[in-house]
Design a protein around this ligand. Sequence first.
Ligand SMILES: Nc1ncnc2c1ncn2[C@@H]1O[C@H](COP(=O)(O)OP(=O)(O)OP(=O)(O)O)[C@@H](O)[C@H]1O
Length: 258
Amino acid sequence: MNQNVSDDIIIRVEDLTVAYEDKPVLWDVELDIKKGVLMAIVGPNGAGKSTLIKAMLDLLKPVTGEVRFYNEKYSKVRDKIAYVPQRGSVDWDFPTTVFDVVEMGRYGKVGWLKKVRKIDKEKTKEAIHKVEMDEFSDRQISQLSGGQQQRVFLARALVQDAEIYFMDEPFQGVDSKTEKSIVNILKKLRDEKKTVIVVHHDLQTVKDYFDYVTFINVSVIASGPVEEIFTPENIEKTYKSKKATQNNGNLSEIEKER
Ligand SMILES: Nc1ncnc2c1ncn2[C@@H]1O[C@H](COP(=O)(O)OP(=O)(O)OP(=O)(O)O)[C@@H](O)[C@H]1O
């Protein structure tokens, strides 16, 4: 293999199969991701998009396969990786302020029991400013709109100064102004040579927002530059496949189908 090409690849997913109980939701996923891409992960409901991200971040144990970042296990490089989970996965009634939630993003750098330094406060303020939430800094998180919650999540990821960002549906439930400003932040990260991987729902905006796309429906259907891969054929293959909807079988039944 061309040395430069392989050097470019910073995330490698090999032969990844993930099941809940004995129901497989990802099957033999193979995926290479290059440094500096802004990539959408696209596929129908239940296709396994969130599961893929969670398995990559060691939040789920795969049946088979492995994921490597910079040729290392996730546990070795976790401080280089930031994750924005789905907004709905968090208890927004927890009594805490915007500033405190964003500052928590620094704990990976500070250590839980150490004192937050001046630099951490400054970085927190800077991230809140980037997502245009300055005036809400002292507000309780229970008193935010959906779009504002999403901005807080984003700031919490930005404050980590990571190299790789995973985001699970960052545009869900936000207005178009917030969506545009989030897209601008993602593009800026890409321009700074960060790698940004986003679970995304809206096929209409893939071409405008992203430069790489991965189509997934239980397995990877296609992955690569948007201009090459975002074709009607691949969209049809991904969305017409009944894999995700019919996939009620167990591991051995799926194996028979192959
Ligand atoms: N904790 C769980 N236990 C059992 N099954 C689960 C669990 N989480 C997800 N699933 C199932 O796994 C499949 C893939 O779910 P996943 O959330 O990864 O899909 P997705 O592509 O992100 O879907 P969506 O676009 O609807 O968010 C679905 O059939 C879902 O019902």
